[in-house]
Every structure is written in structure tokens, then in C-alpha cells.
Design a protein around this ligand. Structure first.
Ligand code: PHE
Length: 346
């Protein structure tokens, strides 16, 4: 009967020849199996004296552990090699991994930025979690002014600032107006501020988080024709040369005069008819884009700009809204539902 050392060196020799998983399996059985060489060694225990038994048993255990370890290591090695090459059929088609696409809102933000960049506007973005002062007081809406209610603001449970008041989730990108005036200092200012805004609505045309883009232009001698000209530039570039923009009188605290902007319905092209039937998207041939107007003198003052010397215009439009109008999408909740079948179309 071979001794422990003989078994160890025999095993080491045979292990060198275990060149694949099948051979290794045979080797494992012949050493560690029920009728294997380790069990045969253990059966020898009977012939040992009680004193010899303890150290003999220990030696066999150590041998068994070391063989088990070597077999496991070689098994791992051989099976990864198998995955990586050896048995690969190179004529099989490869695995096609699904590719992501850029989100339609990100695409629109890029397009909008490029359109305004071409006419000298600087892209900014200001805090999403902001002080009351920038969303309201600085925009000619003093504390407890009724106009604040239009913005259905969500406040943050945070310490109140002695000068700037409570913290909130910005309900509009107009909160960047006075910040930009402070940043630039002396006009000219040409800002395009694109950021997340929040209002608690959830239906086909509203999500509680949405993006706005805010234009602000301040300089000497700026008047309403500059506002209309810049607006038309955007409308033609973004929607196409057959789409018109118009201004309709409205009211905002932070602009005077104020307007709402409409553009030709992109579905019926302003005719109110689609294939003889009434257009389902608009009533009058126009779709509402958002708010605009000439910057109120009080806002310029809050921005440390002299309203006697300078004037400006501002607008605020919804990013999701312009996308909706451009492609005739009827439910903007799709933008954020995460359904790849919808998103990959853009
Ligand atoms: N902030 C206004 C809104 O969210 C839009 C607006 C911006 C109006 C700038 C006038 C000037 O409704």
C-alpha cells in the first residue's frame, strides 16, 4: 500500500495531464471519490497503533484539503478558457446588445441652445432649489402677492434665509433673471437659461417636473421689435419656415407690457382642418407657446440695473411643450414613463 507522500507525488504528476474538464473529473473521482485513494489511505487507520492514529489522520486531512483546492482551481481555469475561446463556433452571429438613445428632452435642449447660441445668447442654468427672493420678490411679486398663487410652489423644509426667505423648488426659470443680472453686472445681457421647474400637476399636458427655457435680453434701446424678431427666429428655426408666431396681450408681474405667444398649429398649419375634418389639436389654428414681455423696471432695479438707461425683454417657454407641438405628441407623460419603444423613435 502506497504511503501519503507517494499519493501526493502521483497526484501532482497526473494533475499535469488533466488538460480538459473530463480528464480532471476522472482524476477527482480516482482520488477523492468513494473508492478513491484518499479513502483507501483512511482505511489503513485500523493497522495503526492508537498513538500513530492522530498524526496519521491529520496528515491525510491535509492531503485531502490540498488536492481539493488544486482541483477546484484548475476547474475554474479550464471552464473560463472554454467560455473564452477553445470551443467557439466563429460562424455563429455575435450577440447584439441593445443600444440606448438620447432622450427627446435632451435633444430639444441641445437644439434650443444651438438656435440661441447662433444669435449670441449664453446658456446658463441656475439652482433648482432656490430662495423665495429669486422666484418672487425680485420679480416684482412682494410677500403675499396674489400672483404667487399662479405658481403653486413646493417649499423645502430648510432654514429660512434672513434676506432671501424660504427655500423652494423653482416654479419657473424666471428665477434666473436677477441672478444673471448680478452675474453680468453691466448690460448687454443675452441669457438662455434652461432648467428643471416644478408645479404639482399631472395630466396629459403637465408633469410635476418639467423643463423651461428662459430668454433674457437687456441693453440700451431694447424694445418690443427685438422681442418679436428673436421670437420669430426661434419659431422658424425650431418648427420650420411655414410656422408663424404672434403676441397676445396678457399679464405677468415681472413684465410690462406682457404677452402670451402663440404659434401656427403645427398639425393643421393654421387651417383648422385636417383632411376635411376639424383639427383635434387646436381650435383657432394657433397653439399657445408661453409667456413673454418687456422686463418690468422693478426687476431691473432688483438686478442693480438702471431702468432709465437700460431696457429688456424676457420670455419663458416649456421644453416638453415645444416638443409636443413639433411632433404632435398628445401625452407628455410618455416622456418620463421610461418605455423604450416610445423613446427610441427620437
Ligand atoms: N415665468 C413665466 C411662467 O412660467 C413665463 C414668463 C417668463 C413670462 C418671462 C414673462 C417673461 O409662466
Amino acid at each position: 500500500m502506497a504511503g501519503i507522500d507517494d499519493i501526493r507525488s502521483q497526484f501532482n504528476n497526473e494533475l499535469k495531464h488533466a488538460s480538459d474538464l473530463d480528464k480532471l473529473q476522472l482524476l477527482e473521482t480516482s482520488y477523492l471519490g468513494r473508492n478513491g485513494k484518499i479513502n483507501a489511505l483512511l482505511a489503513e487507520m485500523k493497522s495503526k497503533t492508537p498513538e500513530e492514529r492522530k498524526s496519521y489522520g491529520q496528515e491525510i486531512n491535509e492531503l485531502k484539503q490540498s488536492l481539493t483546492l488544486q482541483i477546484t482551481q484548475l476547474k475554474t481555469l479550464l471552464s473560463t478558457r472554454k467560455d473564452q475561446g477553445g470551443d467557439v463556433d466563429v460562424t455563429l452571429p455575435g450577440t447584439v446588445y441593445p443600444k440606448g438613445s438620447i432622450h427627446l428632452v435632451s435633444i430639444a435642449i441641445e437644439e434650443i441652445s444651438r438656435i440661441y447660441e447662433k444669435i449670441g445668447f449664453i446658456r446658463t442654468s441656475y439652482p433648482e432649489v432656490e430662495y423665495e427672493f429669486f422666484s418672487f420678490e425680485s420679480l416684482n411679486m412682494p410677500k403675499s402677492h396674489a400672483a404667487r398663487d399662479d405658481f403653486e410652489t413646493s417649499f423645502i423644509d430648510a432654514p429660512v434665509h434672513s434676506k432671501w426667505g424660504k427655500m423652494l423648488l423653482t416654479p419657473h426659470t424666471s428665477s434666473g433673471q436677477v441672478r444673471e443680472m448680478w452675474r453680468v453686472g453691466k448690460p448687454p445681457i443675452r441669457m438662455i437659461n434652461i432648467a428643471k421647474t416644478y408645479r404639482p400637476n399631472w395630466d396629459a399636458t403637465h408633469t410635476p417636473m418639467f423643463f423651461q427655457f428662459e430668454g433674457l435680453c437687456v441693453d440700451e434701446g431694447i424694445n418690443i421689435t427685438h422681442l418679436k424678431g428673436t421670437l420669430d427666429h426661434f419659431v422658424k428655426e425650431y418648427f420650420g419656415s411655414d410656422i408663424e408666431g404672434r403676441l397676445r396681450p396678457h399679464h405677468f408681474q415681472f413684465t410690462e407690457p406682457s404677452f402670451e405667444v402663440d404659434v401656427t398649429c403645427t398639425v393643421c398649419k393654421g387651417t383648422t382642418k385636417v383632411e376635411g375634418a376639424k383639427c383635434k389639436v387646436c381650435k383657432s389654428g394657433w397653439l399657445e407657446l408661453g409667456g413673454t414681455g418687456m422686463v418690468h423696471p422693478n426687476v431691473l432695479k432688483a438686478g442693480k440695473i438702471d431702468p432709465k438707461k437700460y431696457s429688456g425683454w424676457a420670455f419663458g417657454f416649456g421644453v416638453e411643450r415645444v416638443i409636443m407641438m413639433k411632433y404632435g405628441i398628445d401625452d407628455i407623460r410618455n416622456y418620463y414613463a421610461g418605455d423604450i419603444r416610445f423613446l427610441e423613435q427620437f
